[in-house]
Design a protein around this ligand. Structure first.
Ligand code: T46
Length: 146
């Protein structure tokens, strides 16, 4: 019998984008524009590559930062955790974007050898915006670890 109460269920909100591909005989071009197909002002772009085999990155949340992740080459997957539930989103094509709001614990994992993971962010880098301890994250979102 299902005993879990409705108010205890907080499924992870997953927002992905299929970016328009401008393709012709030369190949494909994708344009990313703030407040058009990226849902915020773009203040920063960074990317990671040469991720070593078996390595996972992240293991933190942000207090206010919004981001869109795009694996522009190769593949990886992103684990999202809202403190109650988890979801894993594969990023395996360059025309797919994953929006991550604030207050979501994230882990980037399963990087292919050739993966290039690009991130667009709505704020400049600020270490004070990070929550790097999981218990602090649960406290931030008002949850108690069981
Ligand atoms: C996130 C996930 C998806 C900077 O100097 N400027 C920057 O803009 C960034 C993002 C990082 N750094 C420095 C800070 C560290 O010394 O680069 C080093 C590695 O950063 P970090 O360990 O935070 O990287 P990841 O891959 O764990 O997380 C990054 C972002 O930091 C984070 O905001 O959401 O990618």
């Amino acid at each position: 019998m299902e005993t879990r109460l409705a108010q205890e269920v907080a499924s992870v909100d997953i927002t992905t984008f299929d970016f328009e591909e401008h393709g012709d005989e030369r190949g494909i071009l994708i344009a990313l524009e703030e407040n058009r197909n990226i849902p915020f002002d773009i203040r920063r772009c960074y990317f990671m590559y040469n991720t070593q085999p078996g390595i996972s990155r992240g293991f933190h949340a942000h207090k206010t930062l919004q981001q869109v992740l795009i694996c522009v080459r190769g593949s990886c997957s992103i684990l999202l955790d809202n403190g109650t539930e988890k979801a894993v989103v594969p990023l395996d094509r360059p025309n797919k974007g994953l929006y991550i709001s604030a207050s979501i614990w994230r882990v980037m994992q399963d990087f292919s050898d050739d993966a290039v993971l690009m991130v667009l962010a709505d704020q400049l880098y600020d270490e004070a915006d990070y929550i790097r301890n999981y218990d602090d994250f649960l406290a931030w979102i008002g949850k108690k670890r069981k």
